[in-house]
Design a protein around this ligand. Structure first.
Ligand code: SF4
Length: 249
């Protein structure tokens, strides 16, 4: 049977301009009537990021900051020893940084659920293997000043990997994902990021018509599992690599 996965349109590799085109579509066509994705503007962002870093370090995360996606690629790949088993969560940020290509070099056992022409059963199995990998690389939908991570997931494997399973989790995040608080983070992911992802995946969901989340029961709904990670139990299990660029949605 062919792949019935709602994320089947999530083709690999991503063409970087797709992200910019979809953002442009949002600002041209949706934003005038959509809820604002963030309370503050760009002015407050450096303070938000500084507060978030302090909070994250207190909450047992390792936090690294790099200026560019090229530096992020180097630092992430330096963290993953050759020969490791690596899983990934769906993330435009991770793809834009070039981590998928690097993991495909042949030096790793890469559990890549986005390989072309996989059946639904195959992608399910690969996602499962990713959850017991040595390393798990993913993005996050938002980070608050209080150090909470907010993630909204379609199938659940990404939030599962962040929560438990892989020995080491590396989260790559652009500066556009920093928000004041949980309320703003949830608003950002439901009324902004999810809509852009529905557009990118060419889904038929009501948010594309109304410009805001309608809490739909569409078979193509991509936001089913909302995870708010408040703290980490284990020191350094999760490393957050902050990149000084806007990445993903
Ligand atoms: S729940 Fe439905 S309407 Fe809301 S953002 Fe997700 S796909 Fe769109």
């Amino acid at each position: 049977m062919r792949n019935k996965d709602p994320l089947k349109h999530f083709k690999y590799p991503v063409i970087p301009s797709i992200v910019e085109n979809i953002r442009k579509w949002y600002y041209d066509s949706v934003q005038p009537y959509a809820p604002k994705p963030t309370k503050g503007g760009d002015e407050g962002r450096p303070t938000q990021i500084q507060c978030a870093i302090k909070s994250l370090e207190k909450k047992h995360y390792e936090v690294l900051y790099v200026s560019t996606r090229e530096e992020a690629l180097k630092i992430v790949m330096a963290m993953i020893p050759k020969g490791s088993r690596v899983g990934v969560g769906g993330s435009m940020t991770v793809q834009q940084v070039g981590i998928f290509e690097a993991l495909n070099s042949g030096d790793y056992t890469f559990y890549n659920q986005y390989k072309m022409d996989l059946t639904s059963d195959e992608t399910y199995e690969i996602r499962g293997k990713g959850l017991t990998a040595d390393y798990y690389v993913t993005g996050t939908n938002a980070i608050t000043m209080n150090g909470e991570l907010i993630n909204l997931d379609g199938l659940g494997n990404r939030v599962a990997g962040i929560t438990y399973g892989p020995k080491k989790v590396i989260i790559v995040v652009g500066i556009n994902k920093f928000v004041a608080d949980i309320e703003e983070g949830i608003n950002r992911v439901k009324n902004y990021a999810a809509i852009l992802n529905c557009k990118r995946l060419n889904l038929k969901t009501p948010c594309l018509e109304t410009g805001k989340c309608e809490d739909c029961a569409s078979p193509e709904r991509i936001c089913n599992h909302l995870l708010i990670t408040q703290c980490q139990r284990k020191d350094g299990r999760v490393t957050i690599v902050i990149v000084g660029e806007e990445l993903g949605f």
